[in-house]
Design a protein around this ligand. Sequence first.
Ligand SMILES: [Zn+2]
Length: 498
Amino acid sequence: MSLFRLPKGLIADLHRLSARFWWGTGTDKRNLHWGSWRKLCCSKNGGGLGFRDLTIFNKVLLAKQVWRLIHQPNTLAGKVLKQRYFPDSSVMEVSCGNSSSFLWKSLMWGREIIEVGARWRIGSGSSVRIYKDRWIPKPSSFMVVSPASLDPNATVDTLKTQSGAWNERLIRDNFVLDDAKAILSIPCSSSIATDSIFWSYEKFGSYTVKSGYHLGYSMLSSPGSSGLSLSESWWKSLWRIQVPAKVKLFLWRASHNWIPTNSNLAKRGVLMDSLCLICRRRSESTMHSLWCCPALKAIRAGCPFMRGIKFLRDFRNANSGGNSSAGGSNIVVPSWRPPDCGTLKINRDAAVDSMTGKIGIGVIIRDSRGEVLASSAQTISASLSASTAEALAVFSCLIFARDSGLSPVIIESDAQVVVNLINSGNIPLSDIGLIIHDINQVLRNFPSCRVSFVSRLANMAAHSLAKYGLLIASDLFWLEEFPSCVAPAVMGDRPSLL
Ligand SMILES: [Zn+2]
């Protein structure tokens, strides 16, 4: 399945067998199939049960092989396939000839997933074409929509200045607002020159079968085709109910009107009479049989199940109240810790305002007594993701520490993902990888500096400065001072007041 495209007939047989098993059909007996296999394959939050559609699954497994050909070209299989099918181009550019092997045709079919979900990470930009390649962070096309006012075959490096930064004026003059905003939000690296392809549906850019499957399912399902009318939040709340799984499955079937009421059986020609057998007044629909039938009122009133629910609710409320009061006294609130004598500590944070597209960066430098040596609130106009903004904040902080001669120094950030990436040495394939690589390059030549994680509650001074950065028009710096808005956090952090 992960090497060849399975025949449609085989997949249809497998789906048929799975559906028969699910709807309880034996070999000698025909049961009703209340919903189509496609509806069962829909995600649980979309109203289905998340069963695998084998056509899509087959395709995303083949896409995984194509991904390996892109990122692991030196494997034996990669070398053989390159020599045979794309000696002078790349796996993403080569076309599938009629005389290709079944294996290669299968891989080219799987490539369609990568073509839709991958985009270029810009290093120098010299191998990415502005108008023809997928490279800007704008789902779902990832392509520029502006009319081609530059050379139609121009590459992305022509949009950069000699220093490697974006030429903002050129971009704003030649692209529509949305495109310009997206381009300017791509981080520029000073240390990575190679352009590479990353998977845009994963945070760190590596292809996974899970995210590929979700993309493949959305590609093959036309909007509204599933006919599942209830909202995603409703389905989520259904699956969260704390009852046995068989009760949830019954509620799920009832929500789809897939239970054998007289009305449903009459529609399918199993019964002639759709009237309710108990009250004989109305047609026995799902709503009538579970809620509206007059005979149910007496049953509900005397039902021990309903009384049991009330008892359990009271029991849970009583217990949760007790636990919270008992646990409250044991909660330890993290607080800022001063560095060792002779070492400086820089706390930094970033705040993102997605409405205005602004990023605020707060930095505060303190010594072992908690005295503030310098602080800053900066503002950047760029639509970056939160983690990319956090990484950018660490990088600017690092450059400042190095250029100011601060040593030894500890940089603290409350972005655990970013700190873990820096300390692990792994460089993600996505845009954030450009900044992480730059940070590691600087750290290599600046050994007296280290980056560590700190809880948000112990980083409140930098957090307040970052929030302040969202309100200002230009960057502000203070020496041995700080703005009044961060005074409570700074005073609270001082060792003498702890
Ligand atoms: Zn009735």
